[in-house]
Design a protein. Structure first.
Ligand code: NDP
Length: 445
């Protein structure tokens, strides 16, 4: 590893103890940027890496709220404004009991490079809370969102920081957050993306991350004369990303045989019925175990890790970080997996991702593969600023164009450094280059 990179990484780990997810994300990215730093010694003179790994601002706050029985709860709220070199901070909000500063910093750090890859003017940020909306009533979720926004509103704005959804934050939560922001600030602006279509949202935003994943994979598969027609897919998760990845893969002729939630997975040899999944997850907010009530021939298995034991052509982890470890990667490879597309953020551990690449599996890394969501969010911001709406076809074709471009940019970046086919390195390098040159032009700040 380049000596400068090694030193900054060691320092980062020492100065940010107890942040394993942030260490993991930084290690993965910085290791693959080592080769760039070998070629650009001037980056060290400018202190570029030291600035890049330190968030511009971290906001942490208390989120008190009252449940339906009058009991008071206090959660932690976070917003990490990581890097604004190429545009206003942009990145989702995650509500999940496992959220902590390390998780938000890992997501915010990744977001810098992902947003850069979209080619659109958006910086990197992320936020969230250790609150889990699962099992809460709508009124409880609303009170929580209002309390969260009563602090966050002073730090965000359409030209400053534009949050969106993530795990646990869908249309309902964005609605409550936006409504309260508007009340506090008295402005109807594009301060959040993922808004409903009746109040400033964009068509395709709901589908964007899942569709974008498939568009990018489609382009990658062409490298080996492959496509989705007749292929078997396993998709983890059954939330926003997973559902729309299923929808697009199926439209292209694939069969999705398994999906999961955090309790377990369902296997349906006839192909998972997406209408049933949408009913369970988007309408009834139930567990995926209930799928077998609709499809008695399907099988439900408790525990979600086993989903990777199912033989498939393409594996699409679309649930959460570190869901595929080396052991699962080995099983997938032994079962003949041809390609892996990361719909979730950092779903593969570093050694699992390396194993896929070493084994000749086409590997689409999250930063590139799931950038469709934030790209479409930037298109939502553009429509808000122009006070206009584009048709479904227009947004979808812009999304597809962006994903195809991302693939060619990461492929070219890998080739420029003699790393043909290493799309992990390609994504990190291509995402980094634009941020680095913008930071240098803007000086020490
Ligand atoms: P959702 O909340 O809509 O869905 C998440 C899904 O993953 C649910 O099915 C959930 O199950 C499952 N899940 C969560 N934690 C675990 C776990 N520990 N083990 C197994 N399954 C789990 O989130 P999204 O679909 O929006 O996000 C999924 C991933 O995609 C995240 O990594 C997110 O950061 C990333 N992403 C999302 C984007 C977007 O536009 N939404 C954009 C880019 C990345 P359960 O119902 O049991 O909680």
């Amino acid at each position: 590893m380049n000596a400068y990179v090694e030193r900054v990484l060691a320092d980062l780990i020492k100065r940010n103890p107890n942040e394993p997810e942030f260490h993991q994300a930084a290690t993965e990215i910085l290791k693959s940027l080592s080769i760039v730093f070998d070629k650009h010694p001037e980056y060290e003179e400018k202190g570029l890496l030291e600035m890049l790994v330190e968030p511009e601002r971290i906001i942490m706050f208390r989120v008190p709220w009252q449940d339906d029985n009058g009991k008071i709860h206090v959660n932690k709220g976070y917003r990490v404004q990581f890097n604004s070199a190429i545009g206003p901070y942009k990145g989702g909000i995650r509500f999940r009991d496992t959220v902590n500063l390390s998780v938000i910093k890992f997501l915010g750090f990744e977001q810098i490079f992902k947003n850069s890859l979209t080619g659109l003017p958006i910086g990197g940020g992320k936020g969230g809370s250790d609150f889990d909306p699962k099992g809460k009533s709508d009124s409880e979720v609303m009170r929580f969102c209002q309390s969260f926004m009563s602090e966050l509103y002073r730090h965000i704005g359409a030209d400053t920081d534009v949050p969106a959804g993530d795990i646990g934050v869908g249309g309902r939560e964005i609605g409550y957050l936006f409504g309260y922001y508007k009340k506090l600030v008295n402005e109807h602006t594009g301060v959040l993306t993922g808004r409903g279509l009746t109040y400033g949202g964009s068509l395709v935003r709901t589908q964007a991350t899942g569709y974008g994943l498939i568009y990018l994979m489609e382009e990658m598969l062409k490298e080996k004369n492959l496509d989705f027609a007749g292929k078997i897919c396993v998709i983890s998760g059954s939330g926003n990303v997973a559902i729309y990845a299923h929808e697009k893969a199926t439209q292209l002729g694939a069969k999705v045989v398994a999906m999961s939630d955090s309790n377990g997975y369902v296997y349906d040899a006839d192909g998972i019925d997406l209408d049933v999944i949408k009913t369970i997850k988007e309408v009834k907010r139930e567990r995926i175990s209930t799928y077998i009530n609709y499809k008695p021939n399907a099988k439900y298995v408790e525990g979600c890790k086993g989903i990777w034991n199912i033989k498939c052509d393409y594996a699409l982890p679309c649930a959460t970080q570190n869901e595929i470890d080396l052991e699962s990667a080995k099983i997938l490879v032994a079962n003949g997996v041809l390609a892996v597309g990361e719909g979730a953020n950092m779903p593969c551990s570093i050694d699992a991702a390396e194993y896929f690449q070493k084994s000749g599996v086409l590997f689409a890394p999250a930063k590139a593969a799931n950038a469709g969501g934030v790209a479409c969010s930037a298109l939502e911001m553009a429509q808000s600023s122009m006070r206009t709406y584009w048709s479904f076809e227009e947004v979808d074709s812009r999304l597809k164009h962006i994903m195809v471009n991302i693939f060619h940019n990461i492929k070219d970046a890998a080739m420029r450094y003699g790393l043909d086919g290493d799309y992990i390195a390609g994504a990190n390098i291509a995402g980094f280059e634009k941020v680095a040159s913008s930071m240098i032009i803007q000086g020490v700040c």
